[in-house]
Design a protein around this ligand. Structure first.
Ligand SMILES: Cc1ncc(COP(=O)(O)O)c(C=O)c1O
Length: 261
């Protein structure tokens, strides 16, 4: 294997730091292991090249967004077709309705869709809707589960190891400065895949809980697949206690398979 070089990368990064916070557009892109960002030049199929000409296998695939690989002719043709229509981001076209129909066909639980520009917005709107429907205000999330950057959910997704796997209710730990202290009282945190803890948390907070939100497969903590019985019990506990259940499938949807039944 040829040696990885980073001369151009470091120059580009240095220039970027003059006007971009930390020289990147998302703080995790200053890769802790490399001590610098990866600065891409182009991708083709499963491969990526950086600005120094290093060829790599793309195991990130835009966090799943480009899981079909780079520059597949059908995807390039579809994007070109969209651009030929003009830049119609603030308008309806026939395609939103057609995509929604396809999603409802593939996901039996989906009756209607609303598209958002980010996962953060999707979970924020879903939680707000759940609060409106139930008339309750608290949410229950799980430790190690990430649902975006808004203040409803920005708790206990990357706790230090000594705080993980609590046997009971987990602490509600803000993951950033600037999250108002008062927001912690709207968020209950439980360890994942632990039915006794979930039953206890729901029993203690059922009259205040609008919603239980989870990553059905917890990719943000690696890839934790819960027990089927646990997920069935979660569904039942929510139904029995008038709590809505949100599956945040930002990372798992349509990547585990097309069968979403
Ligand atoms: C499960 C999950 N939910 C929500 C989000 C937030 O999505 P976005 O970064 O598009 O706001 C992410 C982002 O990685 C995620 O993994």
């Amino acid at each position: 294997m040829s040696k990885i070089t980073a001369d151009k990368t470091l120059k580009i990064w240095e220039f970027a730091t003059q006007h971009l916070v930390a020289g990147v557009s998302a703080s995790t892109r200053v890769n802790k292991a490399l001590g610098r960002p990866f600065i891409a030049l182009h991708g083709e199929g499963s491969r990526l090249w950086d600005v120094d000409g290093n060829e790599l296998i793309d195991l990130c695939t835009s966090h799943g967004g480009s899981i079909l690989g780079h520059r597949h002719p059908k995807i390039v043709a579809a994007v070109e077709k969209a651009l030929e229509m003009g830049i119609l981001c603030s308008y309806e076209t026939e395609y939103q309705g057609r995509l929604a129909a396809k999603i409802c066909e593939m996901v039996p639980a989906a009756e209607l869709c609303r598209f958002t520009c980010s996962g953060t917005e999707a979970t924020m709107h879903a939680i707000r809707l759940a609060r409106t429907i139930t008339g309750k205000e608290k949410i229950l999330k799980f430790e190690g589960h990430f649902h975006g950057y808004h203040d409803y959910v920005h708790f206990t997704w990357g706790p230090s190891l000594d705080k993980l796997f609590s046997v009971d209710e987990s602490p509600t730990i803000p993951e950033s400065a600037g999250v108002p202290e008062g927001m912690t009282r709207y968020c209950v945190v439980a360890p994942f895949n632990n039915l006794i803890a979930l039953e206890k948390a729901i029993k203690n907070h059922k009259n205040e809980l609008a919603v239980v939100i989870c990553e059905p497969i917890n990719y943000n903590a690696g890839c934790i697949i819960p027990d089927r019985e646990y997920m069935q019990a979660m569904r039942q506990l929510c139904t029995d206690n008038g709590i809505l259940l949100i599956y945040d499938e930002v990372l798992s949807a349509f990547r585990m398979g097309t069968d979403c039944g």
